[in-house]
Write a protein that binds this ligand. Structure first.
Ligand code: GAR
Length: 192
């Protein structure tokens, strides 16, 4: 069994989908939820599902051991960022080479980088009068929204779309594709 950790900072609707997808999976198991916000909805999901949660602290994450030992002790082999809003420190990227994936709610390299998350992304897409937006799933490196792309899916931006309607459309794309792509990438890693 490949124990997987999900890092999340918010409501955790992607996390809920990923947990559901892997509930009876023969090879992959969601073993840990890592969160940086004590009041995040994702922690309630972890509690309801009986999945251990780790609330991380800024100083240790960025200037300490970045929780590498703790993750290794729990035998985490793969990390998924599902709405996790802190940058991943170098120590963690080095400990998990090619084993951390992120989902971004836009078509990178457009609308990525620091401060580009959730609603801010959809506002920027509308302000730029984009004709389409979507999701990007990519490997994680030391820069925000920068690692090698794995998968993109698109959706049309229609006249009258608001940040809220776009967020809904993009979330639907995320629910449809993210669990399956995680499965493919984690399986690939297992066979190396
Ligand atoms: C998702 O749309 C995800 O793509 C986005 O945060 C949302 C989390 O929703 N991530 C980023 O913006 C990262 N830059 P959720 O908590 O309901 O899964």
């Amino acid at each position: 069994m490949q124990p997987l950790a999900i890092f999340a900072s918010g409501a955790g609707s992607n996390t809920a989908r990923i947990i559901e997808y892997f509930r009876h999976h023969p090879r992959i198991h969601v073993a840990l939820i890592v969160c940086n916000k004590p009041d995040a909805g994702v922690l309630a999901i972890a509690a309801k599902e009986g999945i251990p949660a780790l609330l991380i602290e800024k100083e240790r994450f960025f200037r300490g051991d970045s929780y590498v030992e703790e993750l290794q002790k729990k035998e985490i082999g793969f990390i998924v960022l599902a709405g996790f809003l802190w940058k991943i420190p170098e120590a963690l990227v080095r400990a998990y080479p090619g084993k951390i994936v992120n989902i971004h709610p836009a078509l990178l390299p457009k609308f990525g980088g620091k401060g580009m998350y959730g609603r801010f992304v959809h506002e920027a897409v509308i302000a730029a009068a984009e004709k389409e937006t979507g999701i990007t799933i990519h490997y994680v490196d030391e820069q925000y929204d920068h690692g090698r792309p794995i998968f993109q899916a698109k959706v049309i931006v229609e006249t009258g779309d608001t940040p809220e309607t776009l967020a809904k459309k993009v979330h639907l794309l995320e629910y449809e594709h993210f669990p399956r792509i995680i499965e493919e990438v984690a399986d690939l890693q297992n066979h190396r």
